[in-house]
Design a protein around this ligand. Structure first.
Ligand SMILES: *Cc1c(COP(=O)(O)O)cnc(C)c1O
Length: 370
């Protein structure tokens, strides 16, 4: 699905030098590499503040903790998504409210958000799935109208950009009260282990999150808040600083691979290639097809036989997961979420895909449908 080794080899000398420099200074925790990377990413995303942390799940938890929510407060999230956001909501004794997604973009549906709002609703978490932003113009306007907070989960969409009707634009993760992201190795900007960050335009909020991520300390041994311990290692920050200058090129490589997939797959009537919305660029964390439900697993097995990996992101709605069945609230029948869980199939997508590899993958898919 990914080729992290091939990507590393292209910048091996820089990465190795950065790692060695880190080892030489032994500033493994909170070394200067960490704030350097935070500032570099803030510049890249045009956001006021980046606060790094240990992983993308912690980033979501820290953003939630910084909003002073109370047990029982409701948080609207998509039912078709990775589990992380539901998990941290449950851990904080908040109430997840699961709503359906848009059939074409796979992202949380603004209509369903509006339908789910009650007097207990405090927050909406759009998850920018597979590399394309949710409909932020409508989501922000609904949240404005009902005075709800917004945390954008941008773990899969770093570098994606929304264009608003008035011509202004915003990068994924920079439009809500907070944005969160992950530097898990296979993410679009990945490190060599775990890492994550919280993004915010507001300096007070950034200070709050920073304190929460450091045991709630305002200064050493002065604990103003009950916090957690969540840090990005200096080594990971040093690696990320070497990789960030390549993020635009990495995104272009993914978009080019996606265009080649499109070109070779669009003639197959049975499948739907990924939809591109009018309002967001797509940075293709995943290239996800919609396949007829009775052919999806067959196609996956056929590809496997031919040596081609593929993955189902995600096979089970959050609302149907055992741990979450009795938690929170479900709005509507989640018909689209259930359908997508039967239909989606993600193909190999990374920065090192060659045209020959794409030809082989798409010819194999064409064979399957003949
Ligand atoms: C990867 C991911 C996360 C969690 O990130 P980790 O660094 O693995 O904790 C959260 N949300 C989404 C949408 C993700 O894809």
């Amino acid at each position: 699905m990914v080729d992290l080794h091939g990507q590393y080899l292209k910048i091996k000398a820089n990465i190795d030098r950065a790692i060695q420099a880190c080892i030489d200074t032994t500033a493994f925790i909170k070394g200067p590499q960490v704030s350097y990377f935070e500032n570099q990413l803030a510049d890249f995303l045009n956001v006021g503040h980046v606060v790094s942390c240990a992983n993308g799940t912690d980033a979501l938890q820290l953003a939630l903790m910084a909003l002073n929510l109370q047990p029982g407060d409701e948080i609207i999230i998509p039912a078709f998504t990775y589990i992380a956001v539901a998990e941290v909501i449950a851990l904080l004794r908040l109430t997840p409210v699961l709503v359906d997604v848009d059939a074409r973009t796979f992202n949380i549906s603004p209509e369903q958000i509006e339908r789910a709002i009650t007097s207990r609703t405090k927050l909406v978490v759009p998850v920018h799935l597979f590399g394309q932003c949710a409909d932020m113009e409508r989501i922000l306007s609904i949240c404005n109208q009902y005075q709800l907070h917004v945390i954008e989960d941008a773990a899969q969409a770093i570098g994606a950009m929304v264009t608003f009707a008035d011509g202004t634009s915003g990068m994924a993760g920079t439009m809500g009260d907070f944005g969160t992201t992950s530097f898990f190795p296979s993410k679009n900007l990945g490190c060599f282990g775990d890492g994550g960050a919280i993004l915010t335009q507001d300096s007070e909020r950034a200070g709050q999150v920073k304190m929460l991520a450091n045991h709630g300390q305002s200064r050493k041994y002065h604990h103003e808040l009950v916090g957690i311990n969540s840090r990005l290692d200096s080594l990971q920050a040093a690696i990320l600083s070497e990789k960030l200058p390549y993020l635009l090129a990495y995104t272009q490589a993914r978009q080019q691979a996606a265009a080649q997939y499109d070109d070779r797959l669009s003639a197959i009537d049975a499948i739907e290639i990924p939809h591109r919305s009018k309002y967001s660029t797509h940075v293709f964390h995943q290239y996800t097809l919609k396949v007829p439900p009775d052919q999806r697993n067959g196609l996956k097995d056929y590809l496997q036989q031919k040596g081609i990996p593929s993955m189902v992101y995600y096979p089970i709605p959050v609302s149907s997961q055992k741990a979450y069945e009795k938690l929170g609230r479900v709005v509507g029948d989640l018909a689209i979420t259930h359908e997508l869980c039967q239909r989606v199939l993600s193909l190999p997508m990374h920065t090192e895909l060659s045209e020959q590899q794409i030809d082989y993958i798409t010819e194999t898919i064409t064979d399957y449908f003949q």
